[in-house]
Each structure stands twice: as C-alpha cells, then as structure tokens.
Design a protein around this ligand. Structure first.
Ligand code: NAD
Ligand code: UDP
Length: 355
C-alpha cells in the first residue's frame, strides 16, 4: 500500500476520498490550510476508518499549511523520505472553487490554483514523486455544444476559475511531455459532486450562503434559508429548469481510488477522464428528490436565469468505465438521503453555531 500526500484533504471531496483510501489500506499525509474546511473533518474520517491513537499517527497525518509554501512542501517530502516511507503519489484537491468569487478575485484564483499547483509539481519533481491525480472540473467545457460531453470536447472556460483549471491541465501536459516515461498523471474532470457519507458524519460544509444548488436546497430543508430561488424556468429542458449531472461524493471518492490504482498499475501516461453519472437531473428534480428524502417541504420561487449558466451539462462517462473500470453506483435518491443524513445531524456543519 502506498504513502500518499492529499492536498486539500480536509475539504468536501478530499475528506470522503481520504476515508475511501484509508479503507483501501493506504497511508495518508493531509496538507490543508483550512481556508475552506475544518480539522474536525479529519477527526471524523479517522473515527469512521476505525483508526485508534497509535494507528492514526502512522496512517493519517494532518499538516496545516499552504500549498504555495514551497519550504513546507519540501519539509514534508524530505521528512517522509527520512522516515523511510517516501511519498509515492499525490492527490491534489487544494484549491479555490467558487465561480463568482473567481470573477471578483482572479489574482487570488490564479495564485492558489495555478501557482499552488506549480509549487507542488516543482517539489514532486525534485523528489522523484511523479504520480499525480488532479482535481479538474467540467467547468472547462464552458457552454458545451455537444451533450453528453466527451473528453474530446473543446476546452473553453468562461470564468477565471475555469481558466485556472485549464491552465493547470496545460501545465501538466507540458510537464508530462518533458518526461513521458516518468510521469503518471490523471486529470479528473468532475461534474456536480453532491451528497455525503451515508453515516451523516462527514459532508459538505460551505461557509456563508451556498452558491450551489444542493447545499442551498439542503439548508432550506433544515430551515436555515426560507426558500430556494430557481435560476431560470425557460431553459430548453423538459421542465424549463437547468439540468446537471449530480454525482454522489462517495462515487467520486471511489473514482479517485480507481484512478490511483490505474496509474500505479499501468505504464507512465497522462489520462483525462470525466467523472460523472451520465444522467441529467433538473433543478426541480433535485427539489422533489430532496423533499422525498427529508420529508420536509422546500419552498421555491422561479426567478431569472443566472448569468453564465448552461442549460444542460451532462458527462459522457464511458471513458472512465473503459479505462478505470469505474462508474457511478448511487442514485439521486441516495444522494438526497445521504445529504439529508449529514444536514439533519449537523445543521451548522462542523461548527456548533451558524457561520
Ligand atoms: P473544498 O473547498 O471543500 O476543498 C478544498 C480544500 O483545499 C479545503 O479543505 C481548503 O481549506 C483547502 N485549500 C484551499 N486553498 C489551499 C491552499 N492554498 N493550501 C492548502 N489547502 C488549501 O472543495 P471541494 O469541493 O472538496 O473541491 C476539491 C477540489 O475539486 C478543488 O480543487 C475544486 O476546484 C475541485 N472541484 C470541485 C467541484 C465541486 O463542485 N465541489 C467541482 C469540480 C472540481
Ligand atoms: N441553481 C438554482 N438556484 C440556486 C443555485 C443553483 O436554480 O440557488 C441552479 C443553477 O442555475 C444550475 C443548477 O442549479 O442550473 C446547478 O447549479 P450549481 O451552482 O449547483 O452548479 P453548476 O452551475 O456549477 O453546474
């Protein structure tokens, strides 16, 4: 089993992936600055994985730090080597992800997402660690012409967040081309990650008012928000509301394990795959499914379209099935049941009081 560095491992997708990787037997070093997460998430992961105090220090180490701090990265890689257990691979989640914020603060997005990835790659290369799974995004496809979207669709982001992810994919392509016999790289383009671990003990914990549909719906159900605004009811979709490919975060976590297994098993290479279900759900489908799962009513009002939205974004997930042997197993009903288990047990997320 490998020793892995998980950047951003305390975040939403990172915490669920840490659990799946621990269950698969890997040993993890988590590096996170907690700018959008809480160390409590890692405590919960440790409990869920059944680690006791002695095994936890070996299997799940938490380091508070910024991926842009090269000295810190250097110390992590060096001390792992000195312990005789070098870091063999990295899953790189750390980054910023809010589209609207990226429009207001492009310099910060390029700094954290692009410069942060650059400093990580530089340190990995210097230490001969050349296996990387990168959190990319379906946002790269912008307003797609073809749905379901294959990986061959043009990369045409429409906001600074998307540009920053495209820039990192570009950087990874250049780094790979410089030493194709050495690097193993997987760009995973996620569609809409939602839901929570079925225990309800780890989940998504957005700070402030959620921008995304699923956490917003879930906060309306628990009574933290009065109603949902549905952005547009005149889209060219069956019920007029926007259609997305919602993927259960546990399916996504398992996708990372599959990508890592693939990279370790195969020759050096770079692959780019969509992680999505291939199934579209409208905003009103999500509202109905969440009402059924929570037995709560979710008031909503139909309002104008949100700028920059696409009508339909759905993955063609066939390449992931072919190459990684991975496909989603959980339905929208599972997503809502598990999301509600998390929201109802933790009305204010990992905090005791509302943020
Ligand atoms: P998240 O915000 O919950 O997790 C990101 C983690 O990175 C957080 O724990 C945060 O504290 C940490 N972090 C941020 N900047 C850092 C820095 N400079 N140094 C160290 N740690 C830092 O987000 P998530 O939803 O878990 O997303 C994980 C990754 O997946 C991100 O790169 C995101 O862009 C990408 N992604 C997310 C989605 C989505 O809808 N959630 C979709 C596509 C891609
Ligand atoms: N949406 C909505 N109300 C909200 C948030 C989102 O109607 O408060 C819609 C949005 O217009 C889109 C879908 O829900 O059609 C998913 O939006 P989200 O922001 O979650 O994901 P993304 O647009 O990034 O795919």
């Amino acid at each position: 089993m490998a020793r892995l560095l998980i950047t951003g491992g305390a975040g939403f997708i990172g915490s669920h992936t840490c659990l799946v990787l621990l269950e698969a037997g890997h040993n993890l070093l988590v590096l996170d600055d907690f700018s959008n997460s809480s160390p409590i998430a890692i405590d919960k992961v440790s409990e869920l994985a059944g680690l006791d105090a002695s095994s936890a220090s070996e299997r799940l180490q938490l380091h508070r730090g910024d991926i842009r701090n090269q000295d810190h990265l250097e110390r992590l890689f060096t001390s792992a080597k000195e312990q005789g257990r070098p870091i063999e691979g990295v899953i790189h989640f750390a980054g910023l992800k809010a589209v609207g914020e990226s429009v207001r603060e492009p310099l910060r997005y390029w700094d954290v997402n692009v410069c942060g990835s650059w400093s990580l790659l530089k340190t990995m290369d210097a230490h001969g660690c050349r296996t990387l799974v990168f959190s990319s995004s379906a946002t790269l496809y912008g307003l797609p012409d073809l749905v379901p979207i294959p990986e061959s669709a043009p990369v045409q982001p429409i906001n600074p967040y998307g540009h920053s992810k495209a820039a990192v994919e570009r950087l990874l392509a250049d780094v790979f081309a410089s030493a194709p016999d050495a690097w193993r790289i997987a760009n995973l383009r996620y569609f809409n990650p939602v839901g929570a671990h079925p225990s309800g003990r780890i989940g998504e914990d957005p700070l402030g008012i959620p921008n995304n549909l699923f956490p917003f719906v879930s906060q309306v159900a628990i009574g933290r928000r009065p109603r949902l605004q549905v952005f547009g009811s005149d889209w060219p979709t069956p019920d007029g509301t926007g259609v997305r490919d919602y993927i259960h975060v546990m399916d996504l976590a398992e996708g990372h394990r599959a990508a890592l297994d693939y990279l370790f098993a195969e020759d050096s290479q770079k692959i780019t795959v969509n992680l999505g279900s291939g199934i579209g759900a409208s905003v009103l489908d999500v509202v109905k499914a969440f009402q059924a799962a929570s037995c709560r009513s979710i008031p909503y009002e139909l309002v104008a379209r949100r700028a920059g939205d696409a009508a339909i974004t759905v993955a063609d997930p066939s390449l992931a099935a072919q190459r990684l042997g991975w496909r989603t197993r959980r339905s929208l009903a599972d997503i809502c049941l598990d999301g509600w288990a998390w929201q109802s047990a933790n009305p204010n997320g990992y905090r005791k009081k509302e943020a």
